[in-house]
Design a protein around this ligand. Structure first.
Ligand SMILES: [Zn+2]
Ligand SMILES: [Zn+2]
Length: 293
């Protein structure tokens, strides 16, 4: 375990160093910037739609093959396995900003919550009982165990098609920026921003984070209603992930998108009730992600 964490740590550092240094070595070309933009856009979409809104919170449904594709595409961004990610994230919602929270800036400081926790041997594993709903699929357990496969495949593909320049801009630099933007949700989104809902944690809504993370910056909204497929609450709260998932629902890939429930059983005050943008009805069943926190 220690060895694995050490390897992960050095790989992570290497991606950052190579990503930044290469900017000064690889001759600049706008096509690399375009590649970076495209890969960042879709990389972030799969992080938020996959790791977070699907595998952690089951805020919509997928059939088994699209589910596998979602897992594969999600793990191209190299944030470890979907089961590890989702199980630990469900814990974040249960113990948010309490001592047991794996990455609370309030309890453990900014840098630990931002990225230090990932290299802490204490966070290497996960409790399979927290993710039984997805852990029951052998193909997902396989992908989770060999989580380096999708990202390695993606790296080789980029290199094979575009060479060193494409690899540096479209993989290394993209990955680095995706890491930092994602980690800001754990750190900054519990410190800087406004609070619409009086949740029991320190979650914040932050428009800058919402833009760079395709909607995840509406983190206070999300902590208030974690099962909702949309995290933007007002019409102007931009949530690119929700828009793309809505489009996928029009062609039948994404199903049963769960709406934002403004009312809350814990008696917190809310501004107003809202209607979901999508026409799909809320599923009647109680999901595992509801039960775990
Ligand atoms: Zn949070
Ligand atoms: Zn969440």
């Amino acid at each position: 375990m220690f060895k694995h964490k050490t390897v992960t740590f050095y790989l992570y550092i290497l991606i950052h160093i190579l990503g930044i240094t290469a900017l000064f070595i690889i001759p600049f070309h706008w096509k690399y910037v375009a590649l970076f933009g495209i890969n960042y856009f879709f990389g972030m979409f799969f992080i938020t739609a996959g790791y977070h809104r699907y595998f952690s919170h089951r805020s919509y449904k997928l059939d088994r093959i699209p589910q596998f594709i979602m897992a594969w595409m999600t793990m191209a961004s190299a944030q470890k396995g979907i089961l590890w990610w989702a199980a630990n994230h469900r814990d974040h919602h249960i113990h948010s900003d309490e001592p047991e929270d794996l990455h609370s800036p309030v309890m453990r400081g900014f840098w630990y919550s931002h990225m230090g926790w990932i290299f802490d041997p204490a966070t290497a594993g996960y409790n399979p009982k927290k993710i039984q709903d997805f852990g029951k699929y052998p193909e997902l357990r396989f992908l989770d165990k060999y989580h380096w496969i999708p990202t390695t495949f993606f790296a080789i593909l980029i290199f094979a098609i575009g060479g060193v320049g494409a690899f540096v801009w479209g993989y290394l630099l993209t990955l680095m920026c995706l890491y930092q933007a994602s980690y800001c949700v754990n750190s900054l989104a519990h410190v800087y921003g406004t609070r619409r809902f009086e949740t029991s944690d320190h979650s914040r809504n932050n428009v800058f984070l919402a833009i760079i993370t395709q909607g995840e910056g509406w983190h206070n909204n999300h902590h208030h209603c974690k099962s909702s497929v949309r995290q933007g609450y007002k019409w102007w709260e931009i949530d690119m992930t929700f828009y793309l998932l809505t489009m996928l629902s029009w062609v039948g890939i994404v199903k049963d998108m769960r709406p934002f429930r403004a009312e809350n059983t814990k008696g917190v005050e809310v501004e107003a009730k809202v209607q979901p943008l999508a026409a799909s009805a809320a599923p009647k069943e109680v999901f595992a992600s509801e039960m775990v926190g």
